[in-house]
Design a binder for this molecule. Structure first.
Ligand code: NAP
Length: 252
């Protein structure tokens, strides 16, 4: 019996990458897991691989009506949430200050910040005392990487929301923490390269930014995320946990 047996979790952006790895570990530890994403094929493949304790719901976190439908569905299933992993998000290339467009800015803030804020807000009625909320941050919020201004600002915003929400939700017995991945080999990261020839040099540069000299795997992030999601981190709130191969802590 795993240490999440009897718990129910929602992982937004659970169809690929870090979210899928988190959903996988939660299911392995006995939880029922709802996972979301916008692309149906990726979502269904993930749910099928995870087995009967995984439930896929197509959802776009930047669409507030869609978020209402997601939580109505979970309530209709008669379930409450012990764990919320607000992970859906990502960046895009071409966001250097001189080339940034308002559309690109709004898209990134709309998913990473607005989407996360209202995911958490709308999940609250389904969460009880002892619940754990984990936001996916990024080491980029601590660094000045050219081209990542908008993305890193969204993650810095989440880091600050976590502090405030930890204070606001403590009286309800809810904890809020941030998992902070360094460069992690996911479809989302690879998608940042402008073309296939740029993938290897881009990943190589990112690997060299860590003290361990390599990218993380989604499972390595998920192990730490699982800790924040579980009662094993019961005295942590408003905190951030770096899983970054030393990118920020060793080479600040
Ligand atoms: N990989 C890294 O190096 C790294 C480092 C630090 C932080 N992060 C963060 O980790 C999180 C996961 O990223 P990843 O690297 O695992 O990328 P990924 O493989 O692209 O996974 C992103 C997930 O989010 C979903 N998603 C994206 N936009 C969504 C939306 N509007 N509504 C619902 N779901 C949405 C995607 O599915 P659909 O596209 O089908 O919607 C997918 O399931 C992100 O918040 C990212 O910023 C990643």
């Amino acid at each position: 019996m795993g240490h999440m047996t009897g718990k129910t979790a929602l992982v937004t952006g659970g169809s690929t990458g870090i979210g899928l790895a988190a959903a996988t570990r939660l299911v392995e530890e006995g939880a029922h897991v709802y996972l979301t994403g916008r692309r149906t094929r990726e979502l269904e493949a993930a749910a099928e691989a995870l087995g009967e304790r995984a439930i896929a719901i197509r959802n776009d976190v930047s669409d507030l009506d869609d978020l209402d439908r997601l939580f109505a569905r979970i309530a209709d299933d008669g379930r409450r949430l012990d764990v919320l992993v607000a992970n859906a998000g990502g960046g895009e290339s071409g966001q250097e200050l001189e080339t940034l467009t308002p559309e690109s800015f709004d898209r990134t803030f709309g998913i990473n910040v607005r989407g996360t804020v209202f995911t958490v807000q709308k999940a609250l009625p389904l969460m009880d005392d002892g619940g754990s909320i984990v936001l996916t941050g990024s080491t980029s919020a601590r660094r000045g990487v050219p081209g990542f201004g908008v993305y890193s600002a969204t993650k810095a915003a989440l880091r600050q929301f976590a502090r405030v929400w930890a204070a606001e939700l403590a009286p309800r017995g809810l904890r809020v923490n941030v998992i902070v991945p360094g460069p992690t080999d996911t479809p989302g990261l690879r998608g940042l390269a402008g073309n296939p020839e740029q993938v290897a040099p881009m990943l190589g540069g990112m690997a060299r930014s860590t003290a361990l000299g390599r990218l993380g795997s989604p499972t390595e992030i998920a192990e730490a995320l699982l800790f924040l999601a579980s009662d094993r981190s019961s005295f942590m709130t408003g905190s951030e946990l770096f899983v970054d191969g030393g990118e920020v802590q060793v080479y600040p």
